[in-house]
Design a protein around this ligand. Structure first.
Ligand SMILES: Nc1nc2c(ncn2[C@@H]2O[C@H](COP(=O)(O)OP(=O)(O)OP(=O)(O)O)[C@@H](O)[C@H]2O)c(=O)[nH]1
Ligand SMILES: [Mg+2]
Ligand SMILES: [Zn+2]
Length: 308
């Protein structure tokens, strides 16, 4: 008997079942037992993974192989049993970090952490400033334009009033993108605006926080057209980075890089050391105080992990 395996991509996962889209069909799959044996502290399969499946019938199959990942959007997730490597999306071409201009107020510290992850993994980043209808344009630009100056593209949108949607659509074309960000910023609403008729559930920030849970709870990939796919991810409350050493952190704050080599000490932590070029750059305004603060906080957090 010839075993017939077909290639596909994981588009959804829930409670041990994976939806796999092959060239001509869609299968609900479970994981072959032997694949479950290793790596208990990380996701074995993630959406975006390319897999080989064998079909049991027209609709059901078994995942036999997981192809090596080119890139990952990954975070360190706190669990009661310790730290866990959570793969938010496998093989993204681009990470889209969605924040609201207001309601909830943008957490730039979280954005800075997302940017560290994307720099470490060498994945292109796009920042979406949604809910522009809630703030005047000048104020929105004050918040987000420092990131354009750092070289990260920013798109201003309102899912509610349909502004900036076409511009965003163009940025997503031909790519597999992750929509990541806090809860309630409008990730799912943007998807609904990008693909009218999708009709995904959204809830007001109040409704969802009353229930103490997020509206989107399943990670899932959606096609916008033949070549463009977006992963709608559940909102993130707190973001910790995976596999970043404290010593390498300054390399992932892109505007720090040109200064780092001018510090007196090669292992400068940019905190209390004399003749620190980073601190001088903060004083002169070449590096913003907010970004420096994000760096310091994350650096201290990473140093505490080292003691585990
Ligand atoms: N004023 C305004 N409200 C918006 C906009 N986009 C989304 N909302 C509202 O914000 C709330 C949250 O939207 P969602 O799309 O569910 O947010 P989400 O980021 O997907 O949230 P999670 O799934 O919990 O991560 C809903 O009440 C939306 O109607 C916008 O551009 N302007
Ligand atoms: Mg959502
Ligand atoms: Zn220094």
């Amino acid at each position: 008997m010839i075993e017939k395996h077909s290639a596909g991509i994981v588009t959804r996962m829930q409670a041990g079942f994976y939806t796999v889209k092959t060239e001509n069909s869609v299968f609900t799959c479970q994981l072959r037992g032997r694949l479950k044996q290793h790596k208990i502290m990380e996701d074995l399969v993630a959406i975006g993974d390319r897999v080989l499946i064998s079909s049991l019938d027209e609709e059901q199959g078994v995942i036999e192989e997981i192809c090596e990942r080119e890139r990952v959007l990954v975070r360190m997730a706190p669990t009661t049993r310790g730290i866990y490597k959570q793969i938010l999306l496998a093989n993204p071409d681009q990470n889209v970090f969605v924040f609201a201009c207001a309601d909830p107020a943008p957490s730039l510290r979280m954005l800075d952490r997302f940017l560290v992850i994307t720099e470490k993994q060498k994945i292109d980043a796009l920042i979406v400033a949604n809910k522009v209808d809630m703030l005047d344009q000048t104020r929105a630009a004050e918040i987000f334009s420092p990131y354009s100056l750092l070289g990260y593209p920013v798109v201003y949108t309102s899912a509610k009033e349909n502004t900036g949607i076409q511009e965003l659509r163009i940025c997503l074309q031909g790519k597999l993108s992750a929509f990541a960000g806090p809860s309630g910023v409008g990730k799912t609403s943007l998807l609904n605006a990008l693909r009218p008729g999708l009709g995904l559930e959204v809830k007001t920030v109040k409704e969802s926080s009353h229930k103490g849970r997020h509206t989107t709870i399943v990670r899932q990939l959606f096609s916008l057209d033949e070549t463009s796919m977006v992963a709608d991810l559940p909102g993130i409350r707190q973001l910790s980075v995976w596999d970043v050493e404290p010593e390498e952190l300054d390399g992932y704050f892109c505007e720090f890089r040109p200064f780092v080599k001018s510090c007196q000490f090669s292992d400068c932590r940019h905190e209390q050391e004399p003749n620190c070029a980073i601190k001088k750059a903060v004083q002169s305004g070449a590096i913003s105080a907010a970004r420096y603060d994000s760096y310091l906080r994350l650096r201290r957090e990473l140093e505490t992990y080292q003691n585990y």
